[in-house]
Design a protein around this ligand. Sequence first.
Ligand code: KIV
Ligand code: ZN
Length: 512
Amino acid sequence: MADKLIIFDTTLRDGEQSPGASMTKDEKLRIARQLERLKVDVIEAGFAASSNGDFEAVKLIANEIKDATICSLSRANDRDISRAAEALRGANRARIHTFIATSALHMEKKLRMTPEQVLEQAKLSVRFARNLVADVEFSPEDGYRSDVDFLCRVLEAVIHEGATTINVPDTVGYAVPELYGNFIKTLRERVPNSDKAIWSVHCHNDLGMAVANSLAGVKIGGARQVECTINGLGERAGNCSLEEVVMAVKTRRDYFGLDLDIDTHHILAASRMVSQTTGFVVQPNKAVVGANAFAHASGIHQDGVLKARDTYEIMRAEDVGWSANKIVLGKLSGRNAFKQRLVDLGVQMDSEASVNTAFAHFKELADRKSEIFDEDILALVSDESVAHEAEKYAFVSLSQRSETGERPHAAIVFTVDGVEVKSDSDGNGPVDATLKAIEARVRSGAEMVLYSVNAISGSTESQGEVTVRLQNSGRVVNGVGADPDIVVASAKAYLAALNKLQGQSDRVAAQG
Ligand code: KIV
Ligand code: ZN
């Protein structure tokens, strides 16, 4: 029997650390549910001690998600570890992931601790965590740039204290595949009790090699856990991408010889959900989940694929959630056809009531747009107004006027706590006028740090998907809205962002 590769998803922790990618507790739970459908082995749900919001999110996920191991990050101190254990109390299987930096640079400049102090702190923390849960992961932060002799001493000591997983981060994305693979191999060979723990890789993508480095850590180094995020979400250039690592190991099973529990059919829906929630758009040529990943544009390729698909396709689009049935839905499609398409797309709604709401939105959309593509359906079910019924602000209607030589004007109706309000304004363009009209009424004082429009299915008939990122008092949130009218989509996105600004709290960073 082949070895199993453990997939540890950290979208909700390391992914969320990306500036602008912060998520609400409810959004985290929706993504955690999708990760459970994907059958990831471990979900790192957050960093419980970093903020009350993160504590509540870890607790909620630990109480609700029963198939995966639920993990919380914690710095190597008793307070953080106790907070993580408390948040994880409701989990079927709980893991505490504790870390401390071990590179000379981090120890001296950031922690201002001697190597001996760091070693002692690492031991005490793992011992303390093991008294609270059976499953303890230890990470030497900036491990790849640490002195190998010192690192071996630390890792031997923490395994002796009961760490069950040893994760070796390339925190700054400095590694190259062969060197990183050999680094893991050396550690496993030199740490005397290395066989008592599972070895894990955690790579950042600063040089674009996070997936390659992780795979080298598995193949050369013998690691049996990969830490990764959906769409490679994460600070700076991001983390190792889950979909790429999973499909590489599956597609090249002949080479890796490893099994995975992942149900790949749910990959695309997970990718869409994370992109919609965070406003981090997936580039069209992104492997596995990009819009062009399975599109054969050149005549030669199209001809080849039609004759025998494996001439140019190494994976089946259906296997990662792209629908095999390309029949588009329209206004005559019934609830059953709609529901079946949700199943085909790997989307599971929380209740029949959510299906009904989504179906009502689908019908509204079908009245305005003759063909509804899979991308439209995925955008629709991720839409804030479908997912959350009772938000502070909700869009009602918009009229706007723009004419060459005239200053555009918009008049909007939206609800504030269920009560309709009207507002109007001029602006540089129709979108500017609409958002100014909202702001004239709401007076949030938020600064817009990102505005982007994306055509969901690539034609002028398509829905526009707008992302708005707002910043206020050091807090950054994203709002996403979709509609065939991009001005309406912009208004929805702005209101969604304002809703999120309502309930967020500050947090402590994991690396800092
Ligand atoms: O990149 C890193 O070093 C981390 C650790 C906190 C595990 O994310
Ligand atoms: Zn990291």
